[in-house]
Design a protein around this ligand. Structure first.
Ligand SMILES: Cc1cc2nc3c(=O)[nH]c(=O)nc-3n(C[C@H](O)[C@H](O)[C@H](O)COP(=O)(O)O)c2cc1C
Length: 321
């Protein structure tokens, strides 16, 4: 057990925010496997301020998934503060406001938001100080190592964030320029937690229990964020939790178990989004439940290309079986 501010977090596993993936259904699905903290997809400050219905939808959370953070992005601190007002008005069940300081997408960085904020630690301090002073909820932040390999400045940015009043820091161990490819660099953050005053949550390339243990050992971080490694492999969360309780490794899920997980998730997604939209989203996610198992090329193609209804999902799965 560890804490962010005064809020207890019961697992070392945090569910990473992922736009297009960490919907309400996905977060609640992963919660059953034991994630200690969930984070929404990144939500636009301006979308909230303008009362955009689709943006406001992102603010929905459930009692079961608590503690939960709403992740906001924007390039202007005043606007983020206004967006926090909207969050509080729409949802009184939120535990943290997480600020996205890692998004590398040009559409976002062009507006001075996401990882663009990492370029100047002094400005980052002023930006985050305004937000931390304003927010009635504890503020957390998610950063990267730096903008590019020539400007690795996470130490300065972490100091700026801590001074501003941030209560936990998620660090994706890649630069913004790396995007989502290339290897996460954990050597560069060796023993980082010892140099920090708030919990460090590490992110990047955690696909197995062994990855989690190795990267925790290097960085001495308080917690791990599970992102792509958990998509289609929810057992990973249980394996990490179980290891910290017993020092034993739970077996990987069998293909039959993973198919059962997929069906459970599909039904939760249908309930949230309606059948058609759920199936369109599932085209990109369902295939991941088959990664790492033999002879899955055909079923992956079928899932990615022909899913339209729950019946079509059942048909594809029974043909595979
Ligand atoms: C499809 C996708 C969407 C993402 N969206 C967000 C986001 O909205 N906010 C954020 O802070 N990070 C986002 N990330 C980054 C992840 O939270 C995580 O830090 C990153 O994927 C590294 O972990 P991994 O290598 O284990 O996937 C996203 C990543 C992916 C793959």
């Amino acid at each position: 057990m560890w804490k962010i501010g005064n809020v207890e977090i019961k697992s070392k596993v945090v569910l990473a925010p992922m736009a297009g993936i960490t919907s309400l259904a996905y977060r609640n699905f992963m919660k059953k496997f034991g994630v200690g903290l969930t984070v929404t997809e990144m939500v636009s400050d301006c979308g909230l301020i303008y009362g955009n219905d689709k943006t406001i939808e992102y603010l929905k959370t459930t009692e079961d998934e608590k503690p939960v953070a709403i992740q906001l992005f924007g390039g202007n601190a005043e606007n983020i503060c206004k967006a926090i007002d909207v969050v509080l008005k729409e949802n009184s069940n939120v535990d943290f406001i997480d600020i996205n300081l890692g998004c590398p997408v040009p559409k976002v960085t062009k507006t001075g938001a996401g990882s663009a904020l990492l370029k100047e630690p002094k400005k980052l301090y002023e930006f985050m100080k305004k937000i931390c002073d304003y927010s009635p909820l504890p503020v957390t932040a998610k950063i990267r190592l730096g903008w590019d390999e020539k400007s690795i400045n996470f130490m300065e940015n972490i100091a700026a964030l801590e001074k501003a009043g941030v209560k936990a820091i998620g660090l994706h161990a890649r630069t913004a320029k790396q995007g989502y490819s290339g290897k996460a660099n954990y050597e560069i953050i060796r023993d980082l937690q010892a140099k920090m005053s708030v919990p460090l949550i590490i992110s990047g390339d955690i696909y197995t229990l062994e990855n989690a243990l190795q990267f925790l050992d290097i960085s001495k971080a308080t917690a791990v964020m599970i992102a792509r490694g958990g998509v289609g492999h929810p057992r990973l969360v249980e394996q990490i939790n179980h290891y910290f309780e017993t020092e034993e490794k739970l077996p990987d899920a069998t293909i039959e178990e993973n198919i059962a997980y997929l069906l459970e998730f599909a039904d939760m997604l249908i309930e949230e989004k309606g059948e058609y939209k759920a199936m369109m989203l599932l085209r990109g996610i369902a295939t991941k439940f088959f990664d790492g198992y033999p002879n899955t090329k055909k079923i992956k193609n079928a899932l990615a290309q022909t899913l339209t209804t729950r019946d079509s999902l059942m048909r594809i799965l029974s043909e595979y079986r």
